[in-house]
Design a protein around this ligand. Structure first.
Ligand code: 13P
Length: 252
């Protein structure tokens, strides 16, 4: 049985004071001992303050991106070891906004995952198709490429979670139906089985992301291959995010 994992991607929002308040609000409202793994991903400038606010809590700290070199002349980039240094345990790699707005390629993402794991971080690797790709019937082809060009025997999956985030469902209010999510998750798990082995596929956690709210969380996470949620907008509101965590805990 895979334990559910709910994570909040705060994207480019808040400031230090608001981020600290959100972290404290979550700590106060999340039931102690809730059987769900939890993490938040604040912007870089808020990592230290949020890390301080979360000390002693079950909520893990993660960053939204990192570079693939350990140090050097890479102006504006942040190394995986620097994230560990400020208390991060996780990093998001390959979010669709980084792929499609910032131009990150599968080749870069592979290097980032290798570097992040080498620094001791856990990785949430994001995959997902765009609307035109889904409409052209290319969803599985896109996922296939995002999996096979990035993962493989040189990357151990023991510290990797995959997030399936259909780009057309991100920030649009359009959620994938539970059936659409299940279908994509089952495909991803099958491909991991092919690329690695049955055990790796069975233990891998696959989160769904794209307009997850308290009202749809339980049904989505009740699908057999949906092991959690990567939440954007709704993770900025304490009540909504807590509702999503409760949905995960209640999912069957
Ligand atoms: P929304 O929940 O705002 O649709 O964003 C999803 C997402 O991109 C999480 O990484």
């Amino acid at each position: 049985m895979r334990r559910k994992f709910v994570a909040g991607n705060w994207k480019m929002n808040l400031n230090v004071a608001k981020a600290r308040a959100l972290a404290e609000g979550l700590q106060a409202k999340i039931a102690p001992g809730v059987p769900v793994d939890l993490a938040v991903f604040p912007p870089f400038t808020m990592l230290s303050a949020v890390g301080e606010a979360l000390k002693g809590s079950a909520i893990k700290l993660g960053a939204q991106n990192c570079y693939f070199e350990a140090e050097g002349a890479f102006t504006g980039e942040v190394a995986p070891g620097m994230l560990v240094d400020v208390g991060c345990e996780l990093v998001l790699i390959g979010h669709s906004e980084r792929r499609h707005i910032l131009g990150e390629t599968n080749a870069m993402l592979k290097k980032k995952i290798v570097a992040a794991l080498a620094a001791g971080l856990k990785v949430i690797y994001c995959v997902g198709e765009k609307l035109d790709e889904r409409e052209a019937g290319r969803t599985e082809a896109v996922l296939h490429q995002q999996i096979h060009e990035v993962l493989g025997p040189d990357i151990s999956l023991s510290s990797v979670v995959i997030a399936y985030e259909p780009v057309w469902a991100i920030g649009t209010g359009k959620t994938a139906t539970p059936d659409q999510a299940q279908e994509a998750h089952a495909y991803i798990r099958r491909e991991i089985g092919t690329l690695y082995n049955g055990k790796a596929a069975e233990t891998l956690r696959i989160q769904y992301g794209g307009s997850v709210k308290a009202s749809n969380a339980r049904e989505l996470m009740s699908q057999p291959d949906v092991d959690g949620a990567l939440v954007g907008g709704a993770s900025l509101k304490v009540e909504e995010f807590v509702g999503i965590i409760e949905g995960a805990a209640a999912a069957r």
